[in-house]
Design a protein around this ligand. Structure first.
Ligand code: 4NP
Length: 156
């Protein structure tokens, strides 16, 4: 089993969007027995809440389920439970390093690291930009490329 955790600041806009899109791609390829997906936030402001309505609107528009998604805060245990922690921006990576020393047991990277010639190196936060469409476009491309990477790395 390959365990992937998407990480953002609040776990209501970008990382649940990535979780839902990636889960959908995994299901389309019938890899759900081999790849487990989750998401978490650095902050605890929105713990227990469903994705932001802007994220839900885009997921609804593309008929992608966000059933069961509820914000949670990252825990130290996640560093042991996951093989990959995929952050949305540099701030997430810096914050992550304050929580726990990152060891070789977990791959920490940004979603845009998996995109060839990315338009952005960080996924802009629509909580502040209000541009959920652009974030969706970037996250969708990132998830597609990340899945290709995971499939070839783990021979799935
Ligand atoms: P996210 O966006 O990190 O993409 O979920 C945010 C959501 C909430 C807050 C910040 C960013 N907040 O400060 O409450």
């Amino acid at each position: 089993m390959v365990n992937i955790l998407f990480l953002c600041l609040g776990n209501i806009c970008r990382s649940p969007m990535a979780e839902a899109i990636f889960r959908d791609l995994v299901e389309q390829e019938q890899l759900q027995d081999k790849i487990k997906v989750d998401s978490a936030g650095i902050g605890k402001w929105h713990v227990g809440k469903p994705p932001h309505q802007g994220t839900r609107r885009l997921l609804d528009q593309y008929s992608i389920s966000y059933k069961g998604l509820q914000a949670r805060q990252i825990q130290r245990k996640d560093f042991r439970d996951f093989d990959y922690i995929i952050a949305m921006d540099d701030n997430n990576i810096n914050d992550l390093q304050q929580i726990e020393q990152v060891t070789n047991e977990v791959v920490v990277a940004k979603l845009m690291d998996f995109v060839d010639e990315p338009q952005e190196v960080n996924v802009p936060d629509p909580y502040f930009t209000n541009n959920f469409e652009y974030t969706y476009e970037l996250v969708q491309e990132g998830c597609k490329q990340l899945l290709q990477h995971i499939k070839s790395t783990h021979q799935l």
